[in-house]
Ligand binder design. Sequence first.
Ligand code: SAH
Length: 369
Amino acid sequence: MKELIKALYNDNLTKEDLLFLLSLEKKEDIEQLRQRAYEVMKQNVGEFVYLRGLIEFSNLCINDCYYCGIRKSNSKVRRYTLEEDEVLECVEFAVKNGYGSIVLQSGERKDSRFIDYVCSLIEKIKSKTRSQQLPNGVGITLCVGEQSYNTYKRFFEAGAHRYLLRIETSNPELFAKIHPPEVSFERRKECLYYLKDIGFQVGTGVMIGLPGQTIEDLTNDIVFFKEIDADMIGMGPYIVHRETPFAIYEKYFQENKYNLYLLSLKMIAVTRLFLKDVNIASTTALQALYPFGREEGLRFGANVIMPLMTPSNYRKEYLLYEGKPCIDEFSDDCGECLIARIENINRPIGYNNWGDSIHFKRKSQPKKD
Ligand code: SAH
C-alpha cells in the first residue's frame, strides 16, 4: 500500500514505478491509480474533453501490416476514397456541431495523386471553415502514415497542424514481427522526427496486448513517448481481425479480453502520470471491448474523443479490427450519443476549440528565467 502511494505521488517516476503501476491487479489499487491520474489530468490540462471529428476518407492501402483489417492483401474489403464533396459535408457537420477539430485518416499511399488530393482537401477545408468562432478554421489533424519530409511539409503548409503516427510498439523486434519487411521501425521513428522538425504537434501511440508483447515493452513504450517528447498520445487495445495473418490469435484474444481492457485503461492512467500535460485520446477500440470503454478512458485520464464522422455507408469498409462500434449508425446519432456519454460522466466539452496540446504550447513559449 505504502509503495503504491509512493509511486502515485512520485513526481519523477522511474521505470520500476511505471512497471509496478502497470502491473496493479487489485480493483481498489486500480481505482487509486485512476483517481490519481484524474487529479494529474485536472491539474495539468483541465477537465475539458476536446472533440475531433474522425473522417476515414479512404481505405486504400499499400501496406500489409499483419494485424490490420484494411491491409492490402485483404481482398474482401470494398475499397473506397471519399469524393471531396463528401469530405466537405462531414466537415460541415462537424463544425455545425461545435467540433473544433477534425482528423483526416486513411490507409497509406504515397503517389502524387493522393498527396495532391490531401493537400487540396486541407486547403478547401481551411478556407471553408473560417468563422467568428473559428477564426483560423477548423483544426486539422492528419493520420495518413509514413511520408517523405517534403510531403509532410506540404501538408503543414496547406494548413494541417497536428499529425498522428503511432510507433505501434517501441520494441524493434516486436515491430518487425507485426509488420512486413518493407515497414521499418527506424523509418517510422525518423518520420516522427520529421514531423516535429516541421512544426506539427505530434501524436504517437501503441497497440496494447499485441501477441508477444510484455509489460516491460509497455513500460518502455511510455518511456519512448517521453523520449520523443510527444504532444499527443492515442493508443488502444489490439483487437484481432479474422482476415489477417494474426487471426490465429483469436482464441487467446477472446480469453483475455477483460485483462486487455484493464491494461488499456492502466496504460492511459500511467501515461498521464508520467507525461502530465499531453493530450490523450480515449480511442474507439476501447469501446469495442466494453460498451462504456471510451467513457472509462476519460475517467482514467484521457481528454480527447474522436466522434466518428465517416458517412455511414462506408463505415463497415474501414474495419481495422472486428467489433468496431458505431458502424451502423448515422453520424448525427453517433455525435449525439457520444456527447451524452461525455456529459453523463460530468465532463465539460470544449466546443469550438482546437484543444491543442498544452505540452506543445509550453514547449513553444520562450522560457522565463
Ligand atoms: N495509415 C495510417 C492510419 C492507420 S489506422 C497510419 O499508418 O498511421 C490507425 C491505427 O489503427 C494504426 O496506427 C494502428 O495502431 C490501429 N490498428 C490497426 N489495426 C488494428 C487492430 N487490429 N486492432 C487495434 N488497432 C489497430
